[in-house]
Design a protein around this ligand. Sequence first.
Ligand code: AQP
Length: 344
Amino acid sequence: ARIVFSGIQPTGIPHLGNFLGALQNWTKLQQKAHREDALLFAIVGWHSLTLPQNPQALQVARREMLAALLAVGLDPKRSIIFHQDENPHHTELAWILNCITPMGKLLRMTTWKARLAVAQNARHDSEVDESELNAGLFTYPVLQAADILAYRATHVPVGEDQKQHLELARDIAGIFNRTFKPLFPLPRYVATPTRRIASLKSPGTKMSKSSPDLASRILLTDTDAQIKSKIRGAITDSIQGITYDPLHRPGASNLLTILAACTGAEGAEGVAEMAKRYEDKGHGELKADVTEAVMELMRQPRSEFERLRGEIGYLAEVARDGAVRARERSEVTMREVRKLVGLV
Ligand code: AQP
C-alpha cells in the first residue's frame, strides 16, 4: 500500500500555480488511490513562520487553506487533511533529524540560496550574508523531511521546485536507517504533469503567493473579470507567431503551459501539441483561449471555496478530526524512533 503525503503553506489564497502544480494533482491521486492506500495532506503552519507573518492574517489563511483543499475536491472521509501545527510529532521528529543532518547538505539547498539573494536585493546590499537569516529558514527542509517521515510516506507529490527538498528527505531517511535501524522507506517524488507556472508579470520567476504584485498571479478567488484582466496584462513578447521556448519567450511559453494544463493536455507532449496549434496565431488569440480555459477550470472550485470559507464550525470539525487521525499514525512511528535513539 502507498502512503501519500504532501503539504502546502497557509500563506494566502492559493493561486493557479498551486492549483495546477499541486492541488489538482492531489485530487487526482485521491481519485486513483486504492482502498488500502493512505493519503495525508497537511497545511504546514510551522513552515510559514520562517518568513514574517501577520498573526491575524495567518489565523485566517490557515482556515482558508483548509477550505481551499476541500473546495478542490479533497475528501476528509478519504484523505487525512490536517494542520501540521496540530501534530507535535512533526517538530519532535524534526529535532531528532536535525541532529543527524549535515549542515553542508542544507547549505546546498537552492531555496536557502534564493532566500539569501532576496535578502540582498531587499537591502540593496550584496554584503548581507547567511548569518542574518533566521535559523528556521535554514532547517526548513529538515522539518519538511519530518513531515514526510513521521508517516513513513512512500509517495510525495510536489511541484518540481520541491524536488531537491525531497532528495534531502531521502538522504536523511537513509542516514537514520544506517545509523540506527532501517525504519523509513525512501519516499518517492511524484512529479506533477505540469511544469512550474511562471509569474504573469515577470515570467522568469515562478508564480508565488508572496509576490507583492497582485497582477502576477491568478487566485482561486478571482472573478472572471479579474482573470480576464490579469491574463490580458500578462507579459509576452513582440515576436510574430507562438513558439514554446521558455528561455527566450518565457511569457508566451507560460501561457502555453497554462493552456495545456487547464485543458488536460499533460506533460511536455501536451505543451508541444498546444504550441503547434498556435504557431501561426497571435498573442491576443492565445490569451483569449487561456482566459476561457482558466475561467472554466476555476469556476467550480471557486464557488465551493466561497461557500466553505464561511463554514467555520465545519472547518474546525474537519481540522480536529484530521489532527487526531494524523497523530494516531505518527505516534506509531515516533514510538519506534524514540526507542531507536534511546529516548525511552
Ligand atoms: N508557480 C508554481 N507552479 C507550480 N507549482 C507550484 N507550487 C508553488 N508554486 C508553484 C507548488 O505548490 C505547492 C505548495 O507550495 P507551498 O505553499 O509550500 O509554497 P511555495 O512552494 O513556496 O509556493 P508559493 O505559492 O510561492 O508560496 P510562498 O510565496 O508563500 O512561498 C508545492 O507543491 C509547490 O511545488
